[in-house]
Structure formats: C-alpha cells, structure tokens
Design a protein around this ligand. Sequence first.
Ligand SMILES: [Zn+2]
Length: 75
Amino acid sequence: MGRRKRKVIRVVKKRLPKVYTCPNCGYVAVRVVVKKGKVTVSCGRCGEKKEYEFEKGLDPIDYYNRFVDDVSKGA
Ligand SMILES: [Zn+2]
C-alpha cells in the first residue's frame, strides 16, 4: 500500500474555433464557423464575411484559404 500511481489524465480538447489573420484588415480575428451545411468565414474586426457550402474532408483552414483568395480578388 501507499504506492501512488500517477494517472495520466488526458485532456480532451474541444475543437475551438481557430482564429486566423484577416486578409482585409490584417488582424487575427477571422473565424471559421460550420453550421448546418454552411461554412461562414468572417472577420470580427472589419466585418468581412464569406459563406461557403460545407464539403466533407475540408478543414477550417481550407475555407480560410478560400476566404483569403476571394477577399484578395475583391470578390
Ligand atoms: Zn478583417
């Protein structure tokens, strides 16, 4: 007795919404939100916002890349 076993506690991390740099205003304030088959990429600072169809296999970063593309094109 008396032997204490240290349990390895795994912290289950929730998928936090990652924040990206806005191509429009330059602030790290862009969030990718997936909701009901739609993906909204929006900047919390300047209000730049784009909506995309949700596609399986794509990561938030992929939508963010599209966002950067579209914004820099001026679409
Ligand atoms: Zn912005």
